[in-house]
Design a protein around this ligand. Structure first.
Ligand SMILES: Nc1ncnc2c1ncn2[C@@H]1O[C@H](COP(=O)(O)OP(=O)(O)OP(=O)(O)O)[C@@H](O)[C@H]1O
Ligand SMILES: [Mg+2]
Length: 242
């Protein structure tokens, strides 16, 4: 496996249900995401985007096949090892934020550090500043807009400095302006070196990614450069490297 590949899958399948109710919803032969990529995962509703993200982030186990993170196969690991892997290596961002409603923004950001017994308060405050929420640290999610709640979720995803960010429809519940702010943040994180895979129906998100992976009926049907890169390529082919 190439050293610059962060996450790769081989012959990955997911079947939901048993016996004559079994349905194969994912069947991906080969897929690799390199360190530092910003990739969109697109495709019609029900094509398997969330299923794939859940498998890549070890939130769920595949029916068959392997997933490698930094060259190491994690598919067969025990739950305790997977739990640690998830906490240390992956930052999750969800469409509906998944914040704890009774906790302040700051405490939500600190939640992933609870089992670690180390003080992350300074880092959490810095991250809330980075996502533009200075002054709103003590507000509960109910007193924040959708865009602000998603910013809290992004700060939380970054708390333990994961290598890979998996975002599932991060702009799906947001209006156009708030969505644009989240896209800018994801791009900024990527420019800071994070590898980002984002499942999306939002063409603006896909256009801002370096590569689009398109799934249909659980299968990868194309990997293409984003529309922005295609336009750049037409304008200045010499500047476009494969
Ligand atoms: N727990 C489950 N049990 C049974 N079937 C499931 C389960 N989760 C998802 N599915 C099915 O798997 C298929 C893929 O679902 P998935 O949620 O991955 O699609 P998606 O591409 O994320 O869709 P959307 O764009 O609507 O979010 C769908 O047909 C869905 O009904
Ligand atoms: Mg989904």
């Amino acid at each position: 496996m190439q050293p610059n590949v962060l996450i790769a899958v081989k012959n990955l399948t997911k079947v939901y249900g048993k016996a004559n109710l079994a349905v194969k919803v994912l069947d991906v032969g080969n897929l690799a995401i390199r360190r530092g990529e910003l990739v969109a995962l697109t495709g019609p509703s029900g094509c398997g985007k969330t299923t794939l993200l859940n498998l890549l982030g070890a939130l769920d186990r595949p029916t068959a096949g392997d997933i490698f993170f930094a060259g190491k196969r994690f598919t067969s690991q025990r739950e305790t090892a997977l739990c640690r892997f998830r906490r240390e290596k992956i930052g999750f961002i969800f469409q509906t934020y998944h914040l704890i409603p009774t906790l302040s923004a700051l405490k939500n950001v600190l939640a992933p550090a609870l089992p670690l017994g180390k003080d992350y308060r300074k880092r959490a405050l810095a991250l809330l500043g980075m996502v533009g929420l200075t002054g709103k640290e003590n507000r509960r999610p109910g007193a924040l807009s959708g865009g602000e709640q998603q910013r809290v979720a992004i700060a939380r995803a970054l708390l333990l400095d994961p290598e890979l960010i998996l975002a599932d429809e991060p702009t799906g519940n947001l209006d156009s302006a708030a969505g644009a702010g989240i896209i800018d943040l994801l791009k900024e994180l990527n420019q800071q070196g994070k590898t980002v895979l984002v499942a999306t129906h939002d063409q603006r998100v896909a256009d801002n990614c370096g590569r689009n992976i398109r799934l249909v009926d659980g299968q990868v049907i194309s990997h293409c450069k984003s529309r922005q890169d295609i336009v750049k390529n037409r304008q200045n082919p010499a500047a476009f490297k494969q």
